[in-house]
Design a protein around this ligand. Structure first.
Ligand code: PLP
Length: 357
């Protein structure tokens, strides 16, 4: 079988150190240890500490583990919103969070923009309790302008802000002081097997949750914020968690710290720049997101003049598995994951190939 590289934005190519860690994990019986024992507590604490260092999390933020980012959307709705949330939507993932809030009858409001296009207005209804932004809209390759996030923070200091960092962390710089909660799952930039979500919250979230409980709201069961917190204080989870996933996340975070967050982010920016340049120069591709400021650095999306099938086929012949467009763009876009596991040299090869298309 020919060696393949997955440039798909989730699940994606496994981070190059995972194979070794997986072998060690099996030798050390990680999947079989008790989730109430000392060995697990050590794995839990170490994964948390490494993530904190890697992401540059300020003090006052807690980290919890769930099964996916989808689950975190639901937990945010249950734990942090009494009546009203607001959502910035210009793609499929931001829309899904909004749809979940509707299903939970939270009267969500929306600022909608065309797919991949920036938001003109930052106006939000007074009654809004939580503002949801998607840092990197994986469906269209749109990156939320962090200057806008700053503006939201200063304009609405009393509202909670939630950031979807699923396909952004740790590959793009982010100031966590701008938000109250942020989250990601591990099958994107971290290059890990799917099935683990990471939920980051500050004390405003704990306070809000307590207020909802006092108001008599049902805020969930095993993953309500107070339960997560209580278990977390013991370096445990309420349920039997994805122990292997937490172990691997901790190990990969350590590897990334060794490389340094700065180097990972600089390399991501470099690889994104050469990919966009190649797309501009190719005869058949065009970047889908027009504005430089909002072009994603981690998920590069291009429109194909004559449909994507020929481009995808040619790339597959090189052993490169590139993603189709998302949803209605299935046949017209390609999406290339520019995640930390892909080195500069390999991305230079991809860029040369695209330039020549
Ligand atoms: C993939 C993705 C999600 C969903 O992640 P799951 O782990 O499948 O729940 C949410 N938001 C963004 C931006 C994503 O890319």
């Amino acid at each position: 079988m020919k060696y393949k590289t997955f440039f798909t934005p989730g699940p994606s190519q496994i981070y190059f150190t995972v194979e070794g860690h997986l072998k060690t994990a099996l030798q050390e019986n990680v999947p079989s240890i008790s989730h109430r024992g000392a060995a697990f507590k050590e794995i839990f604490a170490s994964a948390r500490n490494s993530l904190k260092a890697l992401l540059g999390l300020p003090d006052g933020f807690d980290i919890y583990f769930t099964s996916s980012a989808n689950q975190i959307w639901e937990r945010i709705i249950q734990n942090l919103i009494q009546e009203k949330s607001h959502h910035f939507v210009n793609g499929a993932f931001s829309k899904k969070f909004y749809d979940f809030a509707k299903l939970y009858q939270k009267n969500p409001t929306i600022t909608k923009s065309e797919d991949g296009r920036d938001f003109d207005s930052l106006a939000i209804e007074n009654k809004t309790e939580l503002i949801a932004v998607t840092l990197n809209e994986t469906s269209t390759g749109f990156a939320f302008d962090q200057e806008k996030l700053k503006a939201l923070r200063s304009k609405y200091p009393d509202k909670l802000i939630a950031a979807d960092g699923v396909s952004a962390f740790p590959a793009v710089p982010f100031d966590f002081q701008l938000v109250d909660t942020a989250y990601f799952s591990v099958q994107k930039c971290f290059g890990l097997p799917a099935g683990l979500g990471v939920w980051i919250v500050n004390k405003n979230c704990h306070q809000k949750h307590e207020a909802l409980k006092k108001a008599g709201l049902a805020t969930g069961s095993y993953h309500d914020l107070a339960t997560l917190r209580k278990s977390g204080l013991q370096n445990q989870t309420p349920e039997t968690p994805n122990i292997l996933g937490i172990y691997l996340l901790g190990k990969v975070a350590e590897d990334m710290i060794r490389k340094t967050t700065k180097a990972i982010q600089a390399e991501t920016a470099y690889k994104a720049a050469i990919l966009y340049q190649a797309i501009e120069n190719s005869g058949v591709l065009k970047p889908f997101v027009p504005d430089k400021q909002t072009k994603s650095k981690t998920v590069i999306v291009a429109e194909c003049a004559d449909g994507n099938s020929e481009v995808l086929e040619k790339m597959e012949k090189q052993g490169w598995i590139v993603a189709k467009g998302y949803g209605s763009y299935k046949n017209s876009h390609i999406r290339i994951a520019n995640f930390p596991t892909t080195g500069k040299e390999q991305m230079e090869q991809v860029a040369d190939f695209i330039t020549a298309l």
